[in-house]
Design a binder for this molecule. Structure first.
Ligand SMILES: NC(=O)C1=CN([C@@H]2O[C@H](COP(=O)(O)OP(=O)(O)OC[C@H]3O[C@@H](n4cnc5c(N)ncnc54)[C@H](OP(=O)(O)O)[C@@H]3O)[C@@H](O)[C@H]2O)C=CC1
Ligand SMILES: O=C(O)CCC(=O)C(=O)O
Ligand SMILES: [Mg+2]
Length: 739
């Protein structure tokens, strides 16, 4: 049970976890006068791994399964959770985290990629629970409301970020499949009455495999099935590699291998294999012996070569470089270190990578560290069109102007593992040709596909209650803002056609008088939204789960320069509140900078916004006036923070994340001292405000003088808690004031 006096602040990974070590003590100081306890729950990758293996660990090493507990909590009306971004681990990240924990004395088993016996299969199935996007879908028992708050938008208009210029002769473009992909093979069905289904694979040789049993389907639920044809995918890659070479553009693959943890690493693997086909043809046997898993990227292959004798290693490395030379240049993740777009599946994540490319004149980095026109390869065509439409818009109109452009907030359907993002347990790479079918409890075949060996088949679900709630939230946002709302749904797509029937039906439950609510395909909706945006007008995008993810990086990155400044609320369907911080991730490169020179450029604005919403929700849910006043003061402090430009600098020896927290605290205390609704609170915070003001210079100095040195906090995935605290709270003066 969630206690009603408690707000949960999640402990996650990387930059957000570092920021928490500095910011949480400040929060605790400010909320305690309202009787609120801030409790942390550890959902970091390391924490989640440890929680999986109590039977392998010493008692003092064990940790409870905080994610499972939170998963229950979000269903209770008292839930009030601030959720920071966490690592959605690819296999290379998972392996690195396991290795770090093993080195710290945790007797954890290795992750068995190809389990050989029951014990290994059991270990793998445990690890698969923490792999990829394993946190967000569990916590998201509500739909999402993501937008740029007014002061943030105003700040961007007054202080525009750089936007790379676009020219009409840019060769950059999006390439996507025109047949054989998930989009083109999709079939969809709305369940008339509750049933329990089975996913059955009738193989060509006559054998039958039950891929999944006990799939419960609720009345009114939409279920889709589709597959990606391996043959079509490979010939698509072959054509695109050739085309990139001919047109002298960088080849760049954009996937969501973290969130789409089953399908997308396989697709990624096919890209690597196709790119290096002659090498794979020649050395397949050696690669199998080495246990190369190409789904983990070129990095895995190169790493495994280290096990070979020097001669053999050089021979294969030589062969790889030779093929790489003949192929088009790859977009680079890090040109200095020679890390390509195909090295690690979690290095290039489409939601963040495509907007970054668009903001950078449609260019990515080549091996010489120069930016160059790029072919963005997005195999499945379900959503690729929105990036194509945006790129074509920029070619025609030039870059958008942050000082005048409008906004595209989002209302996203994501509750209860909606759509593709809940498909992992129903995604299969097929080992033979045959027919995959979903069969209901009465033996009726609901959906069926003919497949070939190597195809990736998947089913996606969306329950009825989340759809109703999503429509309600869309109407609410349209009413609150007066802005037009567009449901981004394509009547020609099987799933969307089913959803459109529901949207039209459920809109009737609301007063939509005077509101401008329409339905348009994602491509048309992109065009309309961009045209309006250029004129300074706002358009609410009401989308499914994948476009929620894409749009809440795409538009914010163009509008605000980053999605870190988004307000990201999840009104939980049972009445609680989940407050996500920003729309971005955990920015691993910020940690690298921190370790190199003790400067953390993570901007906690997302945390400030989420915290204010959480306190406001708390105040209303518990009739706690003080919490409301503290929330309002925080919002005012955040405005002042923006106005006075106290965000972290990107450069060492200037104010970083820690210094930005100091300013937030000072402004927050000043606002609380100045308000007149609660004189007790005012007097409590007056002294604090004065102490912070008086020591401003000294604290700044203490926070900056520690920078410029390497920083070791005793680990990456599980840092040493004391070292982390010491690193993130280096100002003695500030610590004494905060306590
Ligand atoms: N909700 C969640 O839990 C999410 C988790 N993730 C996870 O995050 C990791 C990294 O993903 P990636 O796709 O690189 O996306 P990120 O959002 O972490 O990073 C992309 C870039 O955005 C900028 N950025 C994002 N947030 C901030 C911030 N608060 N302050 C300053 N800059 C910020 C940085 O750019 P620059 O430094 O150039 O300014 C950063 O390099 C992955 O493990 C991914 O799975 C990703 C998205 C959401
Ligand atoms: O859960 C994840 O892997 C990423 C989530 C994400 O990118 C988002 O919600 O915007
Ligand atoms: Mg995202």
């Amino acid at each position: 049970m969630a206690k009603s006096s408690t707000i949960i602040y999640t402990k996650t990974d990387e930059a957000p976890a570092l920021a928490t070590a500095s910011f949480l003590p400040i929060i605790q100081k400010f909320v305690s006068p309202a009787g609120i306890t801030m409790e942390t729950m550890d959902i970091s990758l390391a924490g989640r791994i440890i929680a999986l293996f109590p039977d392998y660990l010493k008692e003092e090493q064990q940790q409870p399964d905080a994610l499972a507990q939170l998963g229950e909590m979000v269903k209770e009306p008292e839930a009030n959770i601030i959720k920071l971004p966490n690592i959605s681990a690819s296999v290379p990240q998972l392996n690195a985290a396991i290795k770090e924990l093993q080195e710290k004395g945790y007797n954890l088993p290795d992750y068995p990629i190809k389990p050989q016996n029951d014990e290994e299969r059991e270990i793998k199935s445990r690890y698969d629970k923490v792999k990829g996007s394993a946190v967000n879908p569990v916590l998201r028992e509500g739909n999402s409301d993501r937008r740029a708050p007014q002061p943030v938008k105003q700040y961007a208009k007054n202080n525009p970020h750089s936007m790379g210029a676009w020219s009409s002769d840019s060769k950059s473009h999006v390439s996507t499949m025109s047949e054989g992909d998930f989009a083109h093979n999709e079939k969809s069905y709305t369940v008339p009455s509750a049933t329990t289904a089975t996913i059955r694979f009738n193989k060509e040789d006559g054998s039958v495999v039950e891929l999944k049993k006990g799939l419960t389907l609720q009345e009114g639920e939409i279920i889709d099935a589709t597959f990606m044809s391996k043959n079509h995918l490979i010939s698509f890659f072959e054509n695109q590699i050739k085309d990139a070479k001919e047109n002298d553009v960088l080849f760049s693959l954009h996937m969501k291998a973290t969130m789409m943890k089953v399908s997308d690493p396989i697709i990624f693997g096919h890209a690597v294999r196709t790119f290096l086909k002659p090498v794979f043809d020649k050395y397949q046997e050696t690669f199998s012996e080495l246990g190369v898993n190409v789904n983990n990227g070129l990095g895995d292959l190169l790493g495994k070569l280290e096990k070979l004798s020097d001669d053999k290693k050089s021979e294969i490395q030589e062969a790889i470089w030779q093929v790489m030379n003949e192929q088009p240049d790859l977009a680079m993740v890090n040109s200095d270190k020679g890390i390509t777009n195909l090295h690690v599946p979690s290095d290039v994540i489409i939601d963040a990578s495509m907007p970054a490319m668009i903001r950078n004149s449609g260019q990515m980095w080549n091996k010489n560290g120069e930016s160059q026109d790029t072919k963005a390869v997005i195999p499945d065509s379900s959503y690729a069109g929105i990036y194509d439409a945006t790129i074509e818009f920029c070619k025609k109109n030039g870059a958008l102007d942050p000082t005048t452009m409008g906004s595209v907030p989002n209302v996203g359907l994501m509750a209860q593992k909606a759509e593709e993002y809940g498909s992992h347990d129903k995604t299969f790479e097929l080992d033979a040709s045959g027919t995959v079918e979903i069969v209901d409890a009465d033996g009726n075949v609901i959906l069926s596909h003919k497949v070939e060996a190597g195809d990736i088949w998947r089913a996606c679900q969306v329950k009825d209650a989340p759809v109703r709630d999503w429509v309600k939230l869309a109407v609410k946002r349209a009413r609150a803002t007066g802005d037009p709302a567009i449901f981004w749904l394509d009547e020609n797509r099987a799933h969307d056609a089913q959803l459109i029937l529901k949207v039209n039906e459920y809109l009737k439950d609301h007063d939509t008088n005077g509101l401008d609510i329409s339905i348009a395909s994602p491509i048309e909706a992109t065009k309309t939204s961009l045209e309006r945006m250029k004129k300074g007008l706002n358009t609410i995008s009401v989308t499914g789960n994948v476009l929620r993810d894409y749009n809440t990086d795409l538009f914010p990155i163009l509008e605000l320069g980053t999605s870190a400044k988004m307000l990201s609320i999840v009104p939980l369907m049972n009445g609680g509140g989940l407050f996500e911080t920003g729309a971005g991730g955990s920015a691993p490169k910020h940690v690298q900078q921190f370790e190199k020179e003790n400067h953390l450029r993570w901007d906690s604005l997302g945390e400030f916004l989420a915290l204010a919403e959480s306190l406001d929700h708390y105040s209303q849910a518990n009739n706690n006036e003080k919490a409301g006043i503290i929330a309002e003061a925080l919002n005012k402090a955040t405005e002042k923070f923006l106005l006075n430009k106290k965000s972290p600098s990107r450069k060492v020896n200037e104010r970083d994340n820690r210094g930005s927290h100091f300013y937030l605290a000072m402004y927050w205390a000043q606002e609380l001292a100045a308000q007149t609704q609660d004189t007790e609170l005012a007097s409590q915070f007056k002294e604090l405000a004065e102490a912070l003001e008086k020591n401003e210079e000294k604290i700044n100095q203490e926070l900056i003088e520690v920078q410029g040195q390497t920083m070791d906090i005793g680990g990456y995935y599980k840092p040493d808690a004391d070292k982390e605290t010491a690193a993130m709270r280096p100002s003695k003066t500030l610590n004494e004031i905060i306590g």
